[in-house]
Each structure stands twice: as structure tokens, then as C-alpha cells.
Design a protein around this ligand. Structure first.
Ligand code: BT5
Length: 333
């Protein structure tokens, strides 16, 4: 049994071991250490989630599905079934629709949900970007997830997690995309210069310390131009568009959780320097002309990279190096 697998995920794995045969209720109950009544309840939940599970008297349960169907499935049991992350994804709250997974995760965090709990939605009706912007979130094609983290850090360190998350997501996209993704400071991941993923880090905090962080991740996995509103087509892309074939969202999500867990662990144990190094390996704007819009000012100059706190450095024509902690960046040359 894997540490974070749910009961339904474990039942699915047992049934899939016998693709054309039956698995008896007794065997499931013995293997998983649960009562027959509990087995029955979980089988019922799986059926409700769309699995065809036949029950034959005296023989047991049989899962009827093609490999194609299995690969296309995306739900809590599937994500849990192959998860190698130990903490992230231990608890999965999966919804067919939410206003915003970040909003739901903030609610769960305030109710005391533990570190590593994740919220996933098949679609969002009010997906959030930064500064009140909207994240387009059509059904069936993408990943919209929010992870609850409880790092013991002061509030001013929280923004570092955005770069940590961007590194983890870029690394995951690189595992599936033939084109290497690029990070765009602070929270975008681009493929072929178009946006394929965005990160929204929100926090619940006291004046001096973080209670919890919600790490919101939106990735265009299988989105095609037809799934996008027309204004997005010139500026957005997906892994599918880079690779010319669908990606299993289950597998992709599992890899996101493993990579976030890995980078979070590096951040907590070894600090921010290795995270900056990881992030820079996906960063290509250094040395390029940029225009930064930050609050009520615009800064134009040469991008000098980021400093050891994650702030963007821009050398203006006067020779001064400006430190930007929040804003939107455009490469101009
Ligand atoms: C972001 O904001 O990039 C953060 C996006 C975070 C979305 C995730 S989904 C799961 C979680 N739950 C939430 O409610 N949110 C998080 P920002 O840098 O402000 O970029 C927003 C801009 O990106 C928009 O104004 C559009 O121009 C563009 N955009 C919107 N939807 C997009 C999409 N699906 N793909 C690419 N670009 C998009």
C-alpha cells in the first residue's frame, strides 16, 4: 500500500490486477484490512464516479474498462492510485465544478485542513489570476489545483514559494513537453513564448507569521485553440499543442504533486538558493530588454535576473538597478 492512497484507489488497483477476472469481496476486505460493508460502500462510490463494476454472486467484483478509458479518467481515486508524493495529495478534495480551487482551499485551510491537502476541480466558474484577473478554466482538458502548505516562515518569505512552485511546475511540464518550458517572472510558465501555466499563491497570516499558504496551480494540459476564448488564442498554449497528443491528466497531476513536494522539501531544508538555481534553469530573459508594470509605475531597462530574495532586477538607462518585488513583465527586445 502506498502511504497516501485512498481506499477507493487501493480497490481500483486490486481490480486492475485482474483485468478480465473477478476479485472476491473477501479478498479485498482481507487485503485492505476493511470490513465487507466498507468494501461495498467504496465499490458504490466508484460506480457513482462512473466505473462499471460488475458483481457476480459467488465470484466477486470485476472492473469493465478499456485501457483508453482508464487513461482518460481523472478523479480523486485515480490521482491517489499512483501517487508517489507522501504528503501532497494525502487528502484530495475533487469537485466537478468550483468557483475557484484557491477559494475552496482557503476555506479548508481556515477549518484546519492539514498540510498537503489538495483541491482539484474539473472546471472553475471564477478561476482567479493575480490582481483580480480571471483564469480561463474550461472543463475536461486542464489542471486546476490548490495545495495547502503550512511552512513555519515569516510573511515576507511567502513570495519565495511562488518561485518554488514555478520551478516545480516548469520541471513537470518539461517531463511531458518536447519543447522546454520557460519561466516568466514571477508566476508564469511559457511554452514557445505563450502562457501554458500560471501560479497564484495566497496566504492566511498573522502580522508576523504565516498560518498557511494556498498554492494555486493552473496548467493548460490538453486545451486546444477551440477550447479557448478568442482573446486567449494569441497568448496561450498547452502541453498538447506542443506535443501534438493528449497527456494523461492523472499522470501529470501526480508528477506535479511529487515535484512540488520535492522542491518544497529543498526549500525548507536547504533554503532558497537551490530554488533560485532551479528556477533560473528555466529562465531566459536575463540580458533582455524588458518593460515592467508595477503598481503605478513603469520601469524599462535590461533584465539583470533575480536577487537572492526572488526580486527582479532591472538596470534602467540611467545605470541604476531597480529591484521589483511585484509586477508584470514584458520582454521588449
Ligand atoms: C496567473 O495570474 O497566472 C495565476 C493563475 C492561477 C490559476 C490557478 S487555477 C487553480 C487555482 N485556483 C484559482 O482560482 N486560481 C489558481 P495572472 O498572472 O494574473 O494571469 C492572468 C492572465 O493570464 C489573464 O488576464 C489572461 O490574460 C491570461 N489567462 C487567463 N486564463 C488563461 C489560461 N487558461 N491560459 C493562459 N493564459 C490565461
Amino acid at each position: 500500500m502506498r502511504p497516501s492512497e485512498s481506499a477507493e484507489a487501493r480497490i481500483l488497483r486490486l481490480l486492475r490486477k485482474k483485468p478480465d477476472g473477478h476479485v472476491s469481496g473477501d479478498l479485498i476486505s482481507l487485503t485492505l484490512g476493511m470490513s465487507r460493508a466498507a468494501v461495498w460502500k467504496h465499490i458504490g462510490a466508484l460506480r457513482k464516479a462512473g466505473y462499471e463494476i460488475k458483481a457476480v454472486h459467488g465470484k466477486g467484483y470485476m472492473l469493465c474498462e478499456s485501457v483508453h478509458e482508464a487513461l482518460k479518467r481523472f478523479n480523486a481515486a485515480e490521482i491517489s492510485a499512483g501517487l508517489t508524493a507522501k504528503t501532497i495529495g494525502r487528502e484530495i478534495f475533487f469537485y466537478s465544478e468550483l468557483a475557484s480551487t484557491n477559494q475552496k482551499a482557503m476555506e479548508l485551510g481556515r477549518l484546519g485542513e492539514k498540510e498537503g491537502a489538495v483541491v482539484v476541480a474539473e472546471r472553475q466558474s471564477a478561476g482567479k489570476g493575480r490582481l483580480g484577473r480571471k483564469w480561463e478554466s474550461p472543463s475536461w482538458v486542464n489542471l486546476y489545483t490548490s495545495i495547502i502548505l503550512r511552512p513555519k516562515i515569516p510573511t515576507f518569505e511567502a513570495q519565495k514559494l511562488t518561485l518554488m512552485l514555478a520551478t516545480a511546475v516548469a520541471e513537470t511540464i518539461a517531463e511531458f513537453s518536447p519543447v522546454r518550458p520557460e519561466v516568466k517572472w514571477p508566476n508564469d510558465i511559457l511554452i514557445n513564448s505563450k502562457k501554458a501555466a500560471g501560479i497564484l499563491t495566497e496566504m492566511d497570516a498573522e502580522p508576523d507569521r504565516v498560518n498557511f499558504i494556498v498554492a494555486g496551480i493552473g496548467v493548460n494540459v490538453n486545451m486546444t485553440a477551440a477550447d479557448m476564448p478568442s482573446f486567449l488564442r494569441p497568448i496561450a498554449t498547452s502541453i498538447r499543442q506542443a506535443r501534438g497528443a493528449d497527456v494523461s491528466r492523472t499522470l501529470f497531476t501526480q508528477r506535479v504533486y511529487s515535484n512540488v513536494e520535492k522542491w518544497y522539501d529543498i526549500f525548507l531544508k536547504r533554503g532558497f538558493d537551490p530554488v533560485i538555481a532551479g528556477w533560473k534553469s528555466f529562465f531566459s530573459s536575463e540580458g533582455k530588454a524588458v518593460k515592467v508594470t508595477a503598481f503605478n509605475r513603469t520601469i524599462e531597462g535590461l533584465c539583470m535576473g533575480i536577487d537572492n530574495s526572488g526580486a527582479l532586477l532591472v538596470r534602467t538607462p540611467s545605470g541604476a538597478v531597480e529591484r521589483v518585488i511585484s509586477g508584470d513583465v514584458k520582454t521588449t527586445g
